[in-house]
Design a protein around this ligand. Structure first.
Ligand SMILES: *Cc1c(COP(=O)(O)O)cnc(C)c1O
Length: 230
C-alpha cells in the first residue's frame, strides 16, 4: 500500500516536472510522517523514500532515535518555538519553517555555540491568512538582509503553505507568487543568500506546485493515508 502510493506520487512528480521542463531529479520528495508510526516509516524508507518531514520536535526526536544513524534524512517542517531550537539542532538536514528574524537569531546563537551551520528556509505567508505562520512578503527583504549577517544560519530558499483549497488550481497563484518573490530577492544579490529551494505543494496540490517551480514537495497523506483528525 505505502509502496504503491509512493510509486504513484513519484510518477506524478516526474509528470509534473516534465510539464515544467525541469529534470525530475531536481525535485525532492519530503515524505511527511507526522503521526505515522516508526514501522510505517521503515516501510516507506525500504520502498525508496529517502527524506522524511516532521512537525513536532519531541515526536521527531523519538523517531530519529529509533531509526538510528543509518536511517533516512529528516527535515523539520512545523512551527518552531525558540526554546526547542537547541534540541533540534544537528538532527535535521533542513528546517523549512523559520518564520521570524528573531527565531533565526536564536538558531544562529545556538548553532555558533555548537560549531554548526544550520540550513534553513524562510516560511512566507503569501496569502496573508491570519491563522498561518510566516513572514509577510513585504517583510522579507529586510529579514533576509538581517539573516545574511548570521554566519551560522544558511538560508537556502523559501517555503509556503497556501490556504486550504480542495481545488489545487486555487493555489497556483500562491505558488507563482512565492517563486516571483524568490526571483526578486535573489536579484538583490545579498551576500550569503542563495535561494535555490522552493518548498511548496502537499498531497492535493504538489503537481501544480512543481509546475510553478517547487524543488521540495511535502507529501503526507498521499503516501501514508489519511491522518486521524486533530
Ligand atoms: C502535514 C503537512 C504536510 C503534508 O500534508 P498532506 O496534505 O498530508 O500531504 C505538508 N506540509 C506541512 C507543513 C504539514 O504540516
Amino acid at each position: 500500500m505505502i509502496s504503491a502510493n509512493l510509486e504513484w506520487v513519484k510518477s506524478r512528480i516526474a509528470e509534473a516536472a516534465s510539464k515544467a521542463g525541469s529534470p525530475p531529479e531536481t525535485i525532492r520528495l519530503v515524505a511527511v510522517s507526522k503521526t505515522v508510526s516508526v514501522e510505517k516509516i521503515i516501510e516507506a524508507h525500504e520502498a525508496g523514500a529517502e527524506l522524511f518531514g516532521e512537525n513536532r520536535v519531541q515526536e521527531a526526536l523519538e523517531k530519529i532515535e529509533r531509526l538510528g544513524q543509518d536511517g533516512p534524512n529528516w527535515h523539520f517542517i512545523g512551527h518552531l518555538q525558540k526554546n526547542k531550537v537547541n534540541q533540534l539542532l544537528g538532527r535535521f538536514d533542513l528546517i523549512h519553517s523559520v518564520d521570524s528574524a528573531a527565531l533565526a537569531q536564536v538558531i544562529n546563537e545556538k548553532s555558533l555555540a555548537r560549531n554548526l551551520i544550520t540550513p534553513v528556509l524562510i516560511q512566507v505567508n503569501v496569502s496573508g491568512e491570519a491563522s498561518k505562520f510566516g513572514m509577510a512578503p513585504n517583510e522579507l527583504e529586510s529579514a533576509l538582509r538581517a539573516l545574511s549577517k548570521l554566519v551560522a544560519v544558511r538560508v537556502e530558499g523559501l517555503m509556503t503553505i497556501p490556504p486550504y483549497a480542495p481545488d489545487p488550481e486555487k493555489s497556483r497563484n500562491v505558488f507563482a507568487r512565492l517563486r516571483e518573490l524568490r526571483d526578486q530577492m535573489d536579484e538583490l544579490g545579498m551576500e550569503g543568500i542563495c535561494l535555490k529551494e522552493l518548498s511548496m505543494g502537499m498531497s492535493n496540490d504538489f503537481a501544480v506546485a512543481i509546475e510553478e517551480g517547487a524543488t521540495l514537495v511535502r507529501v503526507g497523506s498521499a503516501i501514508f493515508g489519511d491522518r486521524p483528525p486533530g
